[in-house]
Every structure is written in C-alpha cells, then in structure tokens.
Design a protein around this ligand. Structure first.
Ligand code: SF4
Ligand code: SF4
Length: 521
C-alpha cells in the first residue's frame, strides 16, 4: 500500500545541479599544513581552550571543553602543535573574526586511543547523551544545534517518531546524498543509537524521490538490521522539503506550532550526517573531526564531495577541486538560496559547512527595485508568512511589528527572494532584523543582570547594616544585664554582712549571760 503524504504551503521546484558533484565517490581532502579550529562552530556558547600554545596534541584530542549547557567541545583534526589561540577570520555572514585554535600539523596524523562503547543499550540515555556531547557532535544539516540536547526530550515528553532527514533539497548540495549512498549502514546504526537515547516508538528515514540509488542502498542496509520499526520514505522533490517543519508536515500531516518545536507534537528530527557521526562516536570512539563537504559551482573544474578535516581552509579544498583561482569568483558557504558569501577564501571548514559553492561574480547582478505588492512572495512562502510585510517592518526597523508577523518562524529558505520580480534581497532584511532583535535581547538581558546584581548588592548592604544594629543592640542589652547583676551582687553582699553582724551580736549576748560568768570563773 502506498503511504499517504501531505503537502506544505508554497515551495519551489528548482533545477537541482546535483549530478555535477556526484560523478565520483567521496574522496579524502589533502591534509593541510595548518588547521584553524574555531571555538564556536555551533549554536550556543563557545568552547573553552584546555590546551596551550606550543603544546603537542594528538588527533582526536580535546582542544576546548564545553563552557555552558548549550555548548560542545572541539577536538584536534590531526596531530601536531598548537601554534596560536587567537581571533581569526571564520565563515560567518558578518565577516568578523572569532577565537580559534591554530594547529600546525606534524604530518603523522597520530590518533589518541579510541574508547568505543561495546554495548550502548546498557547505557542510560543520559550517559549516552554525555558520550555524544563529549564527541563534539552538532546537527550537521546546517543549523549546528548540539545533538545531545535534541536527544533529551525531558522527563515529561514522550517521543513518538524520530525522523532522520535525508532531504537535501537545496540545489548543488549533495553531501548527504553521497553519505546515504556510501554509508547506509552507519546511518542506520546511528539512528538506532538515537532511538535508544530518545526511547522513540518508531523511526522514519526521509529522502527525496530523485535519490533512487541512496534509497535502494538504505533499504538493503535496513534488511540486514531487520528493524521493523524503521520506515524509509521517499518524498516529492520540492524546495524546501528539508526544512524540519515542512518535512514533518509532508510525512505526518501535522503542523509544528508557531514558535514551537517538533517535540511539542512528540517528534524529533535529526540529519543523516548527525546519525553517522553518532555511530562513529559510539561504535568507534571517534569525536567529530571530519565531515563531508560538497565543492561545486561553475568556477570549479572537478565538482565533487570530499571528506574534510574541520579547520581546513576553503582555498585548499577549492584548489584540490580545480578552482580557477580567479579571486573575483564568488564563494558561498552553503547553497545558493540559504548560503552566504564568504569574502576570505582562507576561512576554515567548520562543523556546519556542508557545501562550498563558487561561481563567477560576472553573473548578472540584479538591482533591487521598489516592491510592487504582487504577492508572489507570500504565495511561495513555506512558513505561510507575509514576506512583504516582514520586509516593510524590517526595513523600517520596527522590530515589534516584525515579530507580530512571526519573523522567527521564517526559515530563511529564500523562496520569497527567488520569485520577487523586484529583486529585493528579502532574506537579508530578515537576517538583519533577527540579528538586531537578538542584540537588543542580549543587551536587555545584560541590563537586567546588572540591575539584579545592583539590587542584590543593596540588599546585602542593608542586611549587613541590620545585622550590625542587631548585634549592637544585643551587646547593649547584655551589658545592661551584667550591670544589673553587679548591682544585685552588692545588695546580697550587704545582706550577708548584715547577717554576719547580727550573728556576731547574738554570740556576744550569749557570752554576757550568768552561765557564761560561771564558766569563766
Ligand atoms: S514578491 Fe517582491 S515585489 Fe512582490 S510583493 Fe513580494 S516583495 Fe513585493
Ligand atoms: S525566507 Fe522566510 S519569508 Fe521568505 S519564503 Fe522563506 S520562510 Fe518565507
């Protein structure tokens, strides 16, 4: 029986440009002489260095530990010496620098000792999550949220369905498709570990209907496992089916609530690459130090997929793939719709680098024109937003109104900008508004914390003052009491003297009596 599927609102059917980079099997990228490993490669707080400049480290050794709850460690991608711990350019839309650990390779690629888990089913979910965290695993589908957090539903939540997302819907990107073709067993191994951690009832692996090879290979691998609770489902190739909310809608017909999470409807979604990384961490004791990256685009001579060490400079990969080395070529991290331009080709590959795309900048640049209110953007928006309104309010910096129009439900898929006849870079406005709102919230949080600290200090001073007053009052009272005791002592002394004198007088009276005279005689 054919499984029922649903549709999400909007979306686009786009030319895939996938075949170009899928001609060859995945190759290993050349080991560079120097790796630059950013301390923050994920959503959350940066990791804290645990190594020093000049120290020799082994491949897989932890270089920086998680600093807060939403944080994961980073590890050495090869053996060598720490050359610097300082700010370096990183791949980010801002183009800013960030703290990095610079590692000079010694060419020996010497591993630390691996510590695989023999039987993960004997581990409690929390212990399993801890191993996954210590391996530095984040979501490899793009956002880079620490994987262990998404494997922790909390004591009151039940996970009905765990979805493994193999829908790589953005044009040009093929690293997940290649992974599914080359490592189907590993993906299923990782899925089973995740299922155990989440205690999920059933699992779905979803991929688009244009990935026939990957589908066949996954189905074959699943037969080896005989896991009746895992379904492999092909879905229509519509962009952006790979969006978490869109995928859930297509597979189950259910809507994740606005501002909500899949867990709110008892579902959890992970990327296929994350599953493979988890299998490596548990079964082989390997931390996340490499990932698959698609290197493609019109400026690339041999588009392909490479297994790349985290920290490898973009330019090293581009050169390995026959980049024309024309510094006017545009370099994009990610796909053509959701990616961002990288100005410096020396920036390193990080855990969320799924694709490096390069094409000539001579590509026709469209000048933005005024909005003509055609409504095309709303027609294609998969989040059912009003992109035109978001644009107006973001442009006017009216950050309250832009939130009223659910800015944070925007997945930045770029469908609206793609169809806009006025060529307005709509997503740039949404990103700008989000960044501003986050900055304002950060400032507010800081101000609140400063106010709380001040109030706490005032309370402490006040309490100390009261305690001092109380201490003085008690001391005074005691003094008064002891003086009172002293006065009471004088009285008793006087009474004792008087009593003694009375007794002496009585004795003298007895001596002067007649009987007393006789005795004297
Ligand atoms: S598609 Fe462009 S021109 Fe049309 S309403 Fe949206 S923003 Fe305006
Ligand atoms: S970028 Fe945002 S507003 Fe535009 S279509 Fe995608 S989800 Fe909708």
């Amino acid at each position: 029986m054919k499984r029922r599927l649903w549709h999400f609102h909007g979306g686009l059917r786009l030319p895939g440009h996938k075949a170009e980079s899928m001609q060859e099997p995945i190759q290993t990228a050349t080991l560079p002489e120097r790796l630059t490993i950013p301390l923050q490669q994920h959503i959350g707080e940066p990791a804290e260095p645990v190594v020093e400049v000049g120290q020799r480290v082994l491949k897989g050794q932890m270089l920086a530990r998680a600093s807060e709850y939403i944080s994961v460690p980073v590890h050495a991608s090869t053996s060598g010496t720490i050359a610097a711990i300082e700010d370096r350019p990183i791949p980010h839309p801002s183009g800013l620098q960030a703290p990095c650990i610079v590692l000079d390779s010694d060419g020996q690629d010497e591993w630390i000792e691996h510590a695989p888990i023999n039987d993960y089913t004997e581990l409690e979910s929390s212990a399993l999550r801890n191993v996954i965290r210590e391996a530095g695993i984040v979501g490899l589908g793009g956002a880079g949220f620490p994987a262990f957090i998404k494997l922790n539903p909390g004591p009151r939540n039940v996970v009905d369905t765990l979805i493994l997302n193999g829908a790589e819907c953005e044009p040009y990107i093929t690293c997940d498709a290649m992974l599914m073709q080359e490592q189907p067993r590993k993906i299923i191994d990782g899925l089973l570990i995740m299922k155990h951690a989440l205690q999920a009832r059933r699992c779905i692996i979803a991929l688009e209907d244009n990935k026939r090879n990957a589908h066949t290979l996954l189905v074959n691998a699943l037969h080896e496992h005989e896991s009746e609770f895992i379904e492999i489902i092909q879905i229509p190739t519509i962009y952006p089916t790979g969006g978490e909310k869109q995928l859930i809608k297509v597979l189950t017909g259910k809507e994740v609530p606005s501002h909500g999470l899949p867990l709110d409807i008892h579902m959890v979604c992970h990327n296929v690459g994350t599953a493979a990384a988890i299998a490596d961490a548990i079964h082989e004791g390997k931390p996340l130090i490499t990932r698959y990256v698609t290197v493609t685009g019109d400026a690339i001579g041999q588009p392909c997929n490479l297994e790349v060490r985290i920290g490898t400079p973009f330019e090293a990969l581009l050169e390995q793939c026959g980049w024309r080395d024309d510094r006017n070529d545009e370099i994009i991290m990610g796909g053509p719709l959701m990616g961002f331009t990288v100005d410096n080709p020396a920036v390193p590959v990080i855990k969320t680098t799924n694709c490096i795309l390069s094409w000539p900048t001579t590509k026709e640049q469209q000048t933005p024109m005024p909005c003509i209110r055609c409504g095309e953007c709303a027609r294609v928006c998969p989040a059912q937003l009003l992109p035109q309104q978001l644009y107006w309010y973001a442009r006017a910096k009216n950050f309250d109104r832009v939130q009223d129009f659910n800015l944070f439900d925007c997945i930045e898929c770029g469908c609206c900008a793609y169809v806009c006849p006025s060529h307005i870079p709509l997503v740039q406005y949404y990103r700008f508004a989000k960044t501003e709102i986050w900055a304002q919230e950060r400032d507010k949080k800081k101000a609140d914390q400063a106010r709380e600290r001040h109030e706490f200090r005032q309370q402490r001073i006040e309490r100390k003052k009261q305690e001092e007053e109380e201490r003085k009052r008690r001391k005074k009272e005691m003094l008064k009491k002891s003086q009172g005791d002293e006065t009471g002592g004088e009285d008793s002394k006087k009474a004792a003297i008087e009593a003694a004198m009375a007794r002496a007088k009585a004795r003298r009276g007895e001596k002067n009596s007649p009987s007393g005279d006789k005795e004297d005689a």
